[in-house]
Design a binder for this molecule. Structure first.
Ligand code: MG
Length: 170
């Protein structure tokens, strides 16, 4: 049987998650240690560190949008420029793995300094992808789910397990 203390903790955690979800369009408001905080202009909630399991894609899209709006960067963010930027940042990510072999490349994630650099490049790729979604009005959650369904039909488990090649068409 769960103790009262654990029950209270779970209830408090759930209310924080609900409030965060409700605030997805207000990147200037943030819940920290159960308290609603107003983030001063120019200081973004990213510095507060929210892990993947408590942050929605909508919140991240709003965060990126407000960052660009504050700097009046929208005129530069055409879909052409954003798609190119995704590719440029992904080349910067690849640069960290150039000339090293497959297995060795996994060890980059174990080295703190290299991991930070790789993390920053991966973040750049995702930031531009989120900006692209904002500009084009693409709902990423629906797009990803739809594409996973397409991939599931294209790569049936029984024909694709343990294989990196495309299954033969029947
Ligand atoms: Mg970069």
């Amino acid at each position: 049987m769960r103790s009262r203390r654990i029950e209270y903790f779970i209830a408090a955690r759930l209310s924080i998650l609900r409030i965060r979800r409700a605030l997805s369009n207000r990147p200037d408001l943030h819940v920290r240690r159960g308290q609603l905080e107003l983030i001063p202009h120019g200081i973004l909630p990213m510095s507060l560190g929210m892990p993947d399991d408590s942050q929605t894609i909508g919140e991240l899209k709003a965060l990126i949008d407000s960052f660009a709006q504050e700097r009046e960067w929208e005129p530069f963010h055409s879909l052409k420029n954003l798609s190119m930027s995704i590719s440029i940042e992904s080349a910067e990510l690849m640069e960290h793995f150039q000339w090293i072999e497959g297995k060795e490349s996994d060890s980059v994630a174990q080295d703190d300094a290299k991991r930070t650099q790789v993390e920053e490049e991966l973040a750049d790729v995702i930031i531009y992808a989120l900006q692209f979604a904002n500009r084009s009005g693409i709902d990423l959650s629906s797009a990803i789910r739809r594409k996973v369904e397409i991939n599931a039909r294209k790569y049936p488990v029984e024909k694709s397990r343990g294989r990196s090649t495309k299954p033969e068409r029947s």
